[in-house]
Design a protein around this ligand. Structure first.
Ligand code: HEM
Length: 532
C-alpha cells in the first residue's frame, strides 16, 4: 500500500468546528476560573481586560470602556453594583481584576509591608523601567533599596528651601522670557505648554543641579539640543515608554528625531554620572540632592549600591513623576481659578495677608499659605493626576470588604494568585464617605486638614506613598502664590460661550500615564498695572 493510499482527506469545515469548540470551551473555562479567582464578586463581564493591551489601547466604547472606564463611569460604576469594590472578569483575554473606590480596601493592597501578597505587575514595571530599574518600577526587596537611597533627599529641609528659590527664579524667568513683564494683559492659548516647562525646569534644577534657560536656541540641522531632547522626551514619554524599541527605529523623520533625542539624553546622563563620580562637576550644591545621593550609591559596595543603569533609571523616573503630575494640576488649578472668581479673590487675599505686595515670598511662608495648599489639594482631588494604582496578587490572598453594599459589617473574600487590583483614585476622591458633596469644588473642605493626613489620599497611602508629595506641595504653593499675586486669571471664552460651557469643553480629561485635561486657554490681567 503506497503512501497516498493512506491519505485521509481533511474536512476543513469539521476541523474549524473542532477548533471553534476547543476555543469556546477554553474561554468558558477561563471565564469560570476568573469568576472563581475573585470569589464571584459581581462586576463587569467583558471580552478584554481594560488595563492591559489590547483592551487598554481601544478607545472608549460600550463593550470596551478602556482607560476611561473609571472616569466616564465615576457616578454609576460602583452604584450600579451597590458596592465600593467590584470585579472585572474578561472572557477572551487578560487577567481577572477587582476595582475599588474604598480606602480601607486600598490600604490592604498598597499598605501592607514587605510580606505583602500584592506587587506591581511586570507589564506596569516594564513601562517605567525603560532607562533602568528604579524606585517606580521595582518591588520588594529591590524597591526598598531605591527608597532608602532616595528617601533622605525628600526628608531634609534644604531640599525644600532650594526648591522654593528655584521655583521662584524659574517663575520670574518665565514671565520675563514670555514678555509678560512688558504687558498688563496676556492671552495664553495652551496653559499646559508653560506649566510643563516650568515643572520640568524646577525638578531638573532642584533634583539634579541642571539649570536650563527658559528659552534656548534650536539645534542646527538635524542636531537636537539637550533642552529639545528633554522637551521631546517629556512630551512623548508615553511613546518612549509604551512602544517597542523596533517601532522607535522605523525610518520616519519624527521617529528619527525622537530616537536622536533619546541618544542625546542617554549620553548626557552617562556623562553627568561619570563627571559627578570623578568630582569633575564640582561639589553638588546640596550634599544630599537627588543626584548626589544616586551617585554616592553608585560608588557604594553592598546592600545600598546602584548600578549605572539604576542611577539613570531613577533620574528619568523622578524627572517624569516629578513634573508631569504637578504640571497637569497647575493647569487645572488655573482653569478653576478662572471659573471661580470668588475663590480666586479669597486666595489673593490670603497671599496679601501673609506675604503682602512688597517682598518676595519665602519658604517660611509655606506653612502659612494654607488656603493655597487647600486649593491645590482640591484640584488634585477632582482631577487626580495619578488616577490609578495597579497591583497583582503574587500568591493566593484575602481581602476584607463590606458584607453588603456600603454596610459597616465586613466579610473576607479569597483572591487567587494572578488577579489584578485597580485602586481607583478617582473613585476614592469622589466617594461620599470621605468627602461631603464630592463633586462640588470647595477648597475650604481642606482648611485645617494636616497635609500628613490619610485624607490626602491622591498621593497614595502607606509605605509606597508618593515620595515627592511634599515636593509637590511646596512647589505648588510657591508657584501659585507668585502667579495669583501678579495675575488675575479668567477663561478665554468662545463667542457666546458661558463659563459652564467652557468647563464642559475644556476641563475634559485626557488620560495617558497621568490624568490631565484638554488645552486650557486663559487670559491674565496684571493686578497692579505696570504704569501705576
Ligand atoms: C500632583 C502631584 C503628584 C501626584 C498626584 C502624585 C501621585 C502619586 C501616586 C498616586 C503615587 C503612587 C503610585 C503607585 O503606587 O502605583 C506616586 C508615587 C511616586 N511619586 Fe508621585 N505624585 C505627584 C508628584 C510627585 C513629585 C513632585 C515627585 C518627585 C519629585 C514624585 C515622585 C514619585 C515617586 C518616585 C513615586 C514612587 C514611590 C514609590 O513607589 O516608592 N511624585 N505619586
Amino acid at each position: 500500500m503506497g503512501l497516498y493510499d493512506t491519505f485521509i482527506p481533511v474536512d476543513w469545515f469539521y476541523l474549524a468546528g473542532a477548533f471553534g469548540v476547543v476555543f469556546i470551551v477554553s474561554r468558558v473555562l477561563k471565564f469560570v476560573n476568573g469568576l472563581k479567582a475573585v470569589s464571584w464578586l459581581p462586576g463587569l463581564r467583558l471580552p478584554l481586560d481594560q488595563m492591559s493591551p489590547p483592551g487598554v489601547l481601544i478607545s472608549y466604547c460600550r463593550w470596551n470602556p478602556g482607560l476611561y472606564l473609571t472616569w466616564n463611569e465615576r457616578f454609576t460604576f460602583y452604584q450600579g453594583w451597590n458596592s465600593e469594590t467590584v470585579s472585572s472578569v474578561p472572557f477572551l483575554l487578560g487577567p481577572p481584576s477587582i476595582y475599588t473606590s474604598s480606602l480601607e480596601v486600598a490600604r490592604q493592597i498598597v499598605s501592607s509591608g514587605p510580606k505583602s501578597a500584592w506587587v506591581k505587575p511586570i507589564a506596569t514595571s516594564q513601562t517605567t523601567s525603560v532607562w533602568g530599574d528604579n524606585i517606580l518600577s521595582t518591588n520588594n526587596p529591590e524597591w526598598r533599596k531605591h527608597r532608602r537611597i532616595l528617601g533622605p533627599a525628600f526628608t531634609q529641609s534644604s531640599t525644600y528651601t532650594h526648591l522654593w528659590s528655584a521655583a521662584q527664579r524659574i517663575y520670574h524667568e518665565m514671565t520675563e522670557s514670555e514678555g509678560w513683564d512688558m504687558r498688563d494683559e496676556v492671552e495664553i492659548p495652551v496653559m499646559q505648554k508653560l506649566t510643563f516647562r516650568f515643572a520640568l525646569n524646577v525638578i531638573l534644577s532642584t533634583g539634579f543641579g541642571i539649570d536650563l534657560p527658559w528659552d534656548s536656541p534650536p539645534g542646527q540641522g538635524d542636531e537636537v539640543t539637550l533642552q529639545q531632547a528633554l522637551r521631546l522626551y517629556a512630551d512623548h514619554v508615553t511613546f518612549f515608554v509604551l512602544v517597542p524599541k523596533w517601532i522607535q527605529r522605523l525610518p520616519f523623520p519624527w521617529l528619527k528625531k525622537m530616537s536622536t533625542a533619546y541618544g542625546v539624553l542617554h549620553d548626557y546622563m552617562h556623562t553627568q554620572v561619570a563627571e559627578r563620580r570623578a568630582g569633575i562637576g564640582g561639589e553638588a550644591e546640596l550634599k544630599s540632592d537627588i543626584f548626589s545621593l544616586l551617585i554616592h550609591a553608585n560608588e557604594e559596595d553592598g546592600k545600598l549600591s546602584l548600578t549605572d543603569s539604576e542611577v539613570i533609571g531613577n533620574v528619568f523616573s523622578l524627572l517624569f513623576a516629578g513634573h508631569e503630575t504637578t504640571a497637569q494640576t497647575f493647569t487645572i488649578v488655573l482653569g478653576y481659578l478662572g471659573m471661580y472668581p470668588d475663590v480666586q479673590r479669597e486666595m489673593y487675599d490670603e497671599i496679601i495677608r501673609v506675604v503682602g505686595r512688597d517682598r518676595e515670598p519665602v519658604y517660611e511662608d509655606f506653612g502659612k499659605l494654607q488656603k493655597i495648599l487647600s486649593l491645590f489639594f482640591e484640584c488634585v482631588r477632582l482631577y487626580p493626576s495619578g488616577y490609578l494604582m495597579i497591583r497583582e496578587a503574587k500568591e493566593d490572598t484575602f481581602l476584607t470588604i463590606p458584607k453588603d453594599g456600603w454596610s459597616s459589617e465586613t466579610r473576607t473574600i479569597a483572591i487567587e494568585k494572578g488577579t489584578h487590583a485597580i485602586i481607583d483614585v478617582v473613585g476614592i476622591q469622589l466617594n461620599p464617605r470621605y468627602f461631603d458633596n464630592p463633586t462640588r469644588f470647595d477648597p475650604s473642605r481642606w482648611y485645617g486638614v494636616s497635609s500628613e493626613s490619610e485624607t490626602v489620599s491622591a498621593w497614595s497611602i502607606g509605605p509606597r506613598t508618593c515620595i515627592g508629595r511634599k515636593f509637590a506641595f511646596v512647589e505648588a504653593v510657591c508657584f501659585l502664590t507668585l502667579f495669583i499675586r501678579d495675575w488675575h486669571v479668567e477663561p478665554i471664552l468662545r463667542k457666546g460661550e458661558s463659563t459652564e460651557e467652557w468647563r464642559e469643553r475644556v476641563m475634559v480629561p485626557k488620560l495617558m500615564l497621568s490624568l490631565g485635561v484638554q488645552d486650557v486657554p486663559v487670559k491674565l490681567t496684571r493686578r497692579t498695572s505696570r504704569k501705576q
